[in-house]
Design a protein around this ligand. Structure first.
Ligand code: SF4
Ligand code: SF4
Length: 345
């Protein structure tokens, strides 16, 4: 299918039709923050936003998930909940958050034959069609371009909408995206060469407004040589170990399992966890291989900029800037990587 356009004033009609036929999920403002939520009324969508506080990874990797329930006693049984969220159309995902999906996807879908495949994640992922929204005006801490990406990246999206003035330019990326378009009223037009040019201009202009740059060149190798450097103590002195940087990161995917039960019944629950918590690596023996905050701060940086590149040949960061925006003590991941590049070893 060719790329399309949709007049901007037709967007409410499109969203209303999606909400009538499927489950519409999109950014909605509540208590001062914008989060991805199911929208019973499509008018509740808030497109005047840049990034949701919680990344939309929460739509496929839930903050809490019951893996199974059990009853005890003579007729004890174990039951796995049936997870089918219905066919969801997620509108308004930013390209950096879609890249976040591409980084956590191998963890849950497996990379190789025989790897564990998480049925909860896979069901939610398969039942979701992802519609991206390019960022015309990136924010002060956006730095997706440091990874060769752009505010109009199409990776891991089914469709991408770009605001080109009076209309949205629509990149039709996957079969799933094509099927969604085909299931909707014929309110779309084929994009002209001029509209294509407008989309490219929007992307280039947006790229040009990104002011911050992380110097990732050779960063994994530099990190390999400075595991015991005193620099990590300096960063850790400021960290209060709140874990916000990991909970709000679109690429962080650690979880804990907890059994919760009463006398007769219970369940095994998977919950988001954070490597910034001391208990995260606390062994049953009492030993903790990352006993200090320095160990944990260092691990967060190494996981994204040394272990990810070593294992998967990719950085574990999309440049969304959330960990910078929300860190209560202004620890800045761009500064950390740029600082280490300057360090004499
Ligand atoms: S958000 Fe900041 S203070 Fe909180 S754990 Fe992360 S680096 Fe430390
Ligand atoms: S490390 Fe920070 S900037 Fe990078 S993806 Fe995670 S939250 Fe975004």
């Amino acid at each position: 299918m060719d790329n399309l356009t949709l007049p901007k004033d037709k967007l409410p009609e499109m969203l209303a039709e999606i909400a009538a036929k499927f489950i519409l999920v999109g950014p909605k403002e509540e208590t001062g923050f914008t989060e991805f939520q199911e929208l019973e009324d499509p008018k509740d969508i808030n497109l005047d936003y840049l990034l949701s506080r919680v990344p939309p990874k929460s739509l496929v990797f839930q903050q809490t998930e019951t893996l199974f329930t059990f009853t005890k006693g003579k007729n004890a049984k174990v039951e796995t909940p049936k997870v089918d969220p219905g066919k969801r159309i997620v509108f308004g995902i930013r390209p950096c958050d879609a890249r976040g999906y591409s980084l956590i996807n191998p963890v849950f879908e497996g990379k190789n034959e025989g790897d564990y495949k998480d049925p909860f994640y896979i069901m939610r992922r398969n039942r979701s069609t992802l519609i991206g929204l390019s960022c015309n005006e990136p924010d002060v801490n956006c730095f997706c371009t440091s990874f060769g990406d752009s505010p109009a990246n199409t990776e891991f999206l089914d469709l991408l909408f770009t605001d080109i003035g009076d209309a949205f330019y629509i990149d039709v990326i996957t079969k799933k995206g094509e099927e969604l378009i085909e299931s909707l009223s014929k309110i779309f037009s084929n994009a002209s060469a001029e509209e294509r040019k407008a989309r490219v201009n929007v992307e280039e202009t947006a790229k040009g407004t990104i002011l911050r740059h992380m110097d990732t060149d050779g960063a994994p190798e530099k990190l390999s040589k400075m595991f015991n450097h005193k620099y990590w103590e300096q960063v850790a002195m400021r960290c209060i170990g709140c874990g916000i940087c990991t909970y709000l990161c679109p690429t962080c995917h650690c979880f804990d399992m907890q059994d919760e039960s009463t006398l007769k019944q219970g369940g095994r629950i998977r919950v988001w966890d954070s490597c910034m918590n001391p208990e995260y690596t606390h062994h049953a023996s009492g030993h903790n291989p990352r006993p200090t905050r320095m160990n944990r701060v260092r691990n967060r940086v190494y996981h994204k900029f040394n272990y990810f590149p070593k294992n998967d040949d990719v950085f574990g960061c999309t440049g969304c800037g959330r960990c910078i925006d929300y860190c209560p003590v202004n620890i800045d991941i761009i500064d950390i990587i740029n600082d280490i590049q300057e360090l004499e070893l």
